[in-house]
Design a protein around this ligand. Structure first.
Ligand code: FE2
Ligand code: FE2
Length: 223
């Protein structure tokens, strides 16, 4: 299985872009259910049981906009990328992971490393070959602490990892993690997170979702 090198950003779509509310297209099929079943305990940390399924739904939309990408690699990597939060000291997640220079906090590197180990544990018994597992691991490793993406599939995972926050469910959770009110958090999404997105499809989905969330949450007056 080969991955595709990264084109210039924002990466133009080759398929269609769906900017409708994400709840209208949950992740498809049951193919990944054995992976979900293997990481149930890890989904209880840091609201992974909200973040991971919503991000998988966004990942499937990004793959639809990029039919040239290895869809299975993107889908499996997004499901597992944050499972490592389930194996680090929970009390350090909020104290280190979301304050100060949170991108460089040791806990961030630890959750990435643990995530790689979980992928190597969980995937081979489910029939995924070693080459595929190492492609998944390469995406998980550094997904929060690296600045750059290595491949189109890596870029799609990184955008899916961010897109869930633009839905009102993501805003509800993440605003609390950063100790912000929803309106302030929405402004931060617009000014800081949209510029981090790597695909045109991701940017369009994020903007449409953020407009809807701000209207729904009445952030023009509740600030
Ligand atoms: Fe992460
Ligand atoms: Fe994540």
């Amino acid at each position: 299985m080969t991955t595709h090198p990264l084109p210039p950003t924002p990466i133009a779509p080759s398929g269609s872009i769906d900017t409708s509310p994400i709840a209208l297209s949950p992740a498809s099929g049951a193919e990944l259910d054995p992976i979900w079943a293997a990481i149930v305990p890890e989904t209880r940390a840091r609201s992974n049981d909200i973040h991971l399924p919503v991000s998988l739904a966004f990942a499937e939309r990004l793959v639809a906009a990029h039919p040239e990408a290895d869809a299975l690699l993107v889908r499996v990597a997004i499901v597992l990328h944050d499972a490592g939060w389930g194996r680090v000291d929970e009390s350090r997640i909020l104290s280190e992971g979301f304050s100060g220079d949170w991108r460089k906090a040791a806990i961030r590197f630890e959750h990435e490393k643990q995530g790689c180990e979980i992928a190597r544990e969980v995937l081979p018994p489910l029939g995924y070959d070693e080459e595929f597992v190492e492609e998944v691991v390469a995406i998980i490793d550094g997904h929060d602490t690296r600045k750059e993406a290595y491949s189109l599939e890596d870029a799609l995972v990184r955008d899916a990892d961010r897109l869930w926050r633009f839905d009102h469910a993501g805003i509800a959770l993440a605003a609390g993690w950063f100790n912000m009110d929803p309106a302030t958090y929405c402004s931060r999404l617009r000014s800081e997170i949209i510029p981090e997105l790597l695909t045109q499809a991701g940017i369009e989905m994020a903007l449409a979702s953020l407009d809807r969330s701000e209207a729904l949450l009445k952030t023009d007056v509740l600030r």
